[in-house]
Ligand binder design. Structure first.
Ligand code: PXP
Length: 242
């Protein structure tokens, strides 16, 4: 089986920059260094509250990224307008709550069906591959399929936060959801909360095409540097999927 691709989420470099409202560290330079070390794609999220990425970062990333640029967006009309004009290669539709520390759960595709269907159509018309970030629940997957997105990104946060038998159960949920998605014709990415210790079982799930990893890589790179961090993560993924 081929290994899932590694897409590095660069938001947390912008979080560090915004902590001091400085021009550095620059998420675009970080993205370029990740690509040079072998990352297969770059992901970023322009939040409505602009807590990390800023509008100009999206344009600069678009100009600099030579692999694939995946832009996460909420269903907010203004954010979708920016996404439509960003010329990204891929879009991931995510929920956004104002007070959350990070994206806390998957988008509820059933509750949001009318707005979500509209957003999927708009971003597909803009020319990008669309995915929807959902919890590993077959009802969510069926709804995303019905609404016409080709990909889901399965939320791995509950798995990442759990331990022992609960983690095993969450892993089984992700494996079953991947199998279900593939059986109805959906393609599968995964991400959130993945790190050097917990990524292997996810990378080993047959049919997962792409893993989105952000925070743990920035945290590791503080000690190890970007090149070693990316190469080590790529090795974890490759060894797990052998
Ligand atoms: N996938 C999605 C849809 C996300 O919103 C995030 C966090 O911004 C990630 C993956 C990456 O999560 P983490 O930073 O915990 O690796």
């Amino acid at each position: 089986m081929s290994s899932p691709r590694l897409h590095v989420n660069v938001d947390h470099i912008a979080t560090l920059r915004q902590a001091r409202r400085e021009a550095f560290p620059d998420p675009v330079e970080w993205a370029k260094a990740c690509e040079a070390a072998g990352a297969h794609g770059i992901t970023c999220h322009l939040r409505t509250d602009r807590r990390h990425m800023q509008d100009a970062d999206i344009h600069r990333l678009r100009a600099a990224v030579t692999t694939l640029l995946n832009l996460e967006s909420s269903l907010d009309d203004g954010m979708l307008r920016i996404a439509e004009q960003s010329n990204s290669d891929a879009y991931c539709l995510v929920p956004e709550n104002r007070l959350e520390i990070t994206t806390e759960g998957g988008l509820d595709a059933i509750r949001e069906a009318p707005r979500l269907g509209d957003a999927i159509g708009r971003l597909a018309a803009a020319g990008g591959v669309v995915s929807v970030f959902v919890d590993p629940d077959p009802r969510q997957l069926d709804k995303v399929m019905e609404l016409g997105a080709p990909f889901v990104e399965l939320h791995t946060g509950s798995y990442a936060n759990a331990s022992g038998p609960v983690r095993e159960a969450e892993l089984a949920r992700l494996a079953n959801a991947t199998a279900h998605a593939r059986s109805i014709g959906l393609r599968v990415n995964a991400g959130h909360g993945l790190d050097f210790e917990n990524i292997a079982p996810i990378a080993a799930i047959e049919g997962v095409e792409e893993l989105n990893v952000g925070f743990s890589m920035v945290a590791r790179a503080v000690f190890d540097g970007v090149e070693k961090t990316v190469k080590d993560m790529l090795r974890c993924i490759e060894e797990a999927s052998k």
